[in-house]
Design a protein around this ligand. Structure first.
Ligand SMILES: Nc1nc2c(c(=O)[nH]1)N[C@H]1C(S)=C(S)[C@@H](COP(=O)(O)OP(=O)(O)OC[C@H]3O[C@@H](n4cnc5c(=O)[nH]c(N)nc54)[C@H](O)[C@@H]3O)O[C@H]1N2
Ligand SMILES: Nc1nc2c(c(=O)[nH]1)N[C@H]1C(S)=C(S)[C@@H](COP(=O)(O)OP(=O)(O)OC[C@H]3O[C@@H](n4cnc5c(=O)[nH]c(N)nc54)[C@H](O)[C@@H]3O)O[C@H]1N2
Ligand code: SF4
Ligand SMILES: [Mo]
Length: 722
């Protein structure tokens, strides 16, 4: 007999957002869960609210969380399927050691002691910095903070960095330079109130799907939409203006738009004079970027630049959003600054409907870039080379300041030092560099040269295959903690189930290693909340101040926006109100930007531009989403997007196998012929490893300031594969 449908709104009214027990009448129709746990999606930076259904210590399903204000019940395909990891047959259930005959199961005692012995041996023979640590920001704030302290205080290496180096660092550097703080300037509610929205280098509908809803709500009010992307992404199809920029051309394009705005008098002189510095240099710099020049450098029709200025310049309210499309470049920081210049020139910031933000990528891409597992950073977004900041954190950590390591190398530089033999040992958690770093053949060689590598993961990732010791860690739903969403809202991640088999929560593993290294006294925590309370103190007075945020406060208000410097402070959804900026002089800082060509331009041998990115159903290096059937079905393997003109020139039809070749490597994949991409550019999503990895092709060129790799442009050629 068919089961009656659940009346969710009614149940919610009765039991609140977190239903602790089986409601009267049971949950039969929903698979009889014992309870619902109100938490968040483990994937992207939107951090949608989601209820996990739990039965017999297993996650058996999900429900949208109507009570969480950001997504109000909406989820994308990944959120809907995320619960399927918990029971996955590939879960790592025991510690493993690599032998010539493959991985063998070992005891925790052996796995942990072996790791500690190797850290000691390598550091004794080659110095402390010869052992490196790599971390990641799918981890909670608690674990991100813990990893920073663990590397500096337990392992005592300066060589610690994180996977946000491939993600948020160009935006972070630009934001700090211009605003003195690294966070989206507004909560997303201000998007809804904007009259014009400019989105550049962001495939919102596939990568920040719930943000689409905010943009559509603004569109319902009549807001205009400008999309800048070499591809007509799903959201771009609905835009008033789409500018198909050539990958790498953004700074020229933005300078061109500002050039026209200056000519037409569409800048806010009053705001510029009283609230900013540096505009004169910017004015001088953009003088040369006439629409014709800017159009030539960025590969677009000059008329589109004028049109964008006409839409953006005179508007009353506006919101500018960008993501990795402009940031994954050797000019990533400059591109970000060129966007900020466009916002500051109008003075449309710090007010309702007036905003700016980079769309944070990873689940905790925001919190994870504030609490000190970057090579140059201490908690609270403090500077590891600032004597005052070092003293403060040394005091919180109860170590001598002289013991605090100095700035270390960034993620890609660590790989290069592994390759050259200066770094001999590695401990990593929550990072899959063999798939996610550029020039994958080089990365693999670097891993093969390590004397020792220990990894914490819950699946055997492509990188973990290179490990000597594999430590089975915990999924998102197996631990308590907090994350910080793209909006800057600090939220609670709740534990739903225990790790399966012998797997352990990540923080227990880290604490155990710290103890075995003889540093246990510095890691005396009995639960994640203890770690959070220390983080609060460590962040106090820093640029990312969490001091006033407690677990209790997060729970009672469904999240708290940082900065929140005092217990009675309500948090800060909108930054820069009253046009005060947290810089040394209280002003926002314009920065002049010049167009610089990409590291590798096309030529006769490699005449086509290759750009890489994402599809909606897959997530990052794919270790999680490539294991979920429904998501695999939606997009089973990478395809090469190309324009019909290019396809005709090459004699390629859709679904033909093509070989894409760069100076680093080659891949053979099926072609997907689409009208929605520039004829001189191809696009390949990067979520696969081994012979399907887009990163076999990409270039190891880095932005000089942020050290982000240039994932978004290099030169390639395409051949039919027979
Ligand atoms: N489905 C899904 N969602 C995700 C993720 C995922 O893996 N899958 N990952 C999350 C993470 S960590 C991140 S960082 C974000 C990334 O989110 P996005 O940055 O939105 O995603 P990408 O696909 O990397 O790139 C965005 C767009 O940049 C365009 N682009 C390429 N080159 C240029 C250029 O030179 N200029 C401009 N203006 N545009 C360019 C591409 O055509 C692409 O449409 O997504 C998050 N959300
Ligand atoms: N060509 C190309 N390359 C790119 C990009 C691109 O656009 N183009 N984008 C870049 C960007 S923006 C990013 S963010 C990076 C991402 O690159 P990575 O950070 O390497 O990708 P992830 O898939 O997140 O890898 C995280 C690993 O940690 C594990 N993990 C996840 N959560 C947890 C946890 O809570 N605990 C533990 N112990 N393990 C966990 C996963 O199983 C996975 O193996 O890729 C970058 N690489
Ligand atoms: S938009 Fe992001 S956070 Fe929301 S359900 Fe999808 S992947 Fe999860
Ligand atoms: Mo990212």
């Amino acid at each position: 007999m068919a089961k009656p449908p659940l009346n969710l709104p009614e149940l919610k009214k009765q039991f609140g957002p977190s239903l602790p027990e089986v409601p009267p009448g049971g949950w039969q129709a929903a698979g009889d869960p014992d309870r619902l746990v109100a938490t968040h999606c483990c994937f992207c930076g939107q951090q949608c609210g989601i209820n996990l259904k739990v039965k017999d210590n297993k996650v058996v399903g999900f429900e949208p969380r109507e009570d969480f204000p950001f997504n109000r019940g909406k989820l994308c395909p990944k959120g809907i399927k995320r619960y399927m990891q918990n029971e996955h047959p590939d879960r790592l259930l025991h510690p493993l050691r690599r032998t010539d005959a493959g991985f063998v199961q070992i005891s925790w005692e052996e796995a942990l002691q072996r790791t500690v012995d190797e850290i000691r041996r390598i550091q004794k023979a080659f110095g402390k910095d010869a052992f490196a640590v790599l971390s990641g920001v799918s981890l909670t704030n608690e674990k991100s903070y813990l990893m920073g302290k663990f590397a500096r205080v337990a392992i005592q290496t300066s060589n610690l960095d994180y996977n946000g180096r491939l993600c948020m660092v160009s935006a972070g550097a630009g934001n700090k330079k211009a605003f003195g703080i690294d966070r989206a300037a507004n909560s997303w509610e201000d998007i809804v109130l904007a009259d014009v929205i400019m989105v550049t280098g962001a495939n919102v509908s596939e990568c920040a799907p719930i943000t689409t809803d905010y943009i559509w709500r603004a569109r319902d009010r009549g807001a205009k939409l400008i999309m800048i992307d070499p591809r007509i992404t799903p959201l771009a199809r609905t835009a008033d203006l789409h500018i198909p920029v050539r990958p790498g051309g953004d700074a020229a394009l933005m300078n061109g738009i500002l050039h026209v705005m200056l000519q037409r008098g569409w800048v806010n002189r009053e705001f510029i004079d009283s609230c900013t510095t540096g505009f004169e240099e910017v004015e001088k710099a953009v003088l040369a970027y006439t629409p014709e020049v800017a159009g030539k450098l960025s590969g677009v029709d000059p008329a589109l630049i004028v049109r964008a200025a006409e839409m953006w310049g005179p508007a009353k309210s506006s919101f500018l959003l960008h993501a990795r499309g402009i940031e994954h470049h050797t000019s990533g920081v400059d591109n970000v600054l060129s966007c900020i210049n466009l916002v500051l020139a109008t003075g449309r910031i710090g007010k309702p409907g007036c905003g700016y933000g980079t769309i944070t990528g990873q689940g905790n891409g925001q919190g994870g870039r504030e609490h000190g597992h970057k090579c140059d950073q201490l908690p609270g977004n403090r500077d590891i080379e600032n004597p005052e900041h070092r003293r403060y954190i040394a005091e919180v950590w109860k170590i001598a300041e002289s013991e605090m390591p100095h700035k270390g190398h960034t993620a890609e530089e660590i790989i290069q030092l592994m390759h050259s033999g200066e770094i001999r040992g590695l401990f990593s958690i929550c990072f899959n560099p063999v798939v996610s770093l550029p020039d994958a053949n080089f990365t693999k060689e670097a891993f093969n040269r390590l004397e020792h590598y220990s990894v914490v993961d819950f699946f055997l990732s492509e990188t973990a295959r290179h490990a000597d010791i594999v430590l089975p860690g915990s999924l998102h739903e197996e631990d308590e903690g907090t994350t910080t969403s793209a909006e800057g809202r600090v939220i609670r991640i709740r534990k739903a189930v225990d790790p399966p088999g012998e797997a352990r929560t990540d923080w227990h593993i880290i604490l155990d290693i710290a103890r075995r290294l003889g540093r246990g006294e510095y890691f005396d925590y009995s639960c994640p909340e203890d770690i959070f309370n220390e983080l609060r103190v460590a962040s106090r007075g820093g640029a990312a101040d969490y001091y006033g945020i407690t677990y209790e406060k997060i729970e009672s208000s469904n999240g708290v926006f940082w900065p929140c410097p005092a217990l009675d402070h309500p948090g800060t959804p909108r930054l820069f109100e009253n046009h005060r900026f947290p810089t040394t002089d209280g002003r926002a800082h314009f920065q002049p930007v010049e167009y610089k060509p990409p590291a590798e331009e096309t030529d006769e041998e490699y005449p086509i531009v290759l750009t890489t990115g994402r599809v909606v159903s897959q997530y990052l290096s794919g270790t999680q989403t490539r294991r979920i059937a429904g998501l695999v079905k939606q997009y089973p393997e990478p395809q090469v997007e190309m324009h019909p003109e290019l396809a005709a020139r090459l004699g390629v039809r859709s679904t033909d196998l093509v070989r894409v070749v760069t100076r680093r490597g080659e891949v053979t994949l099926h072609a997907m012929v689409v009208q929605s991409i520039r004829p001189d550019t191809i696009f390949i999503p990067y979520h696969w490893g081994d012979e399907k990895s887009a990163n076999l092709l990409t270039i190891r060129a880095l932005d000089p300031v942020s050290k982000i790799p240039e994932f978004k442009t290099c030169a390639c050629r395409v051949e039919i594969a027979r």
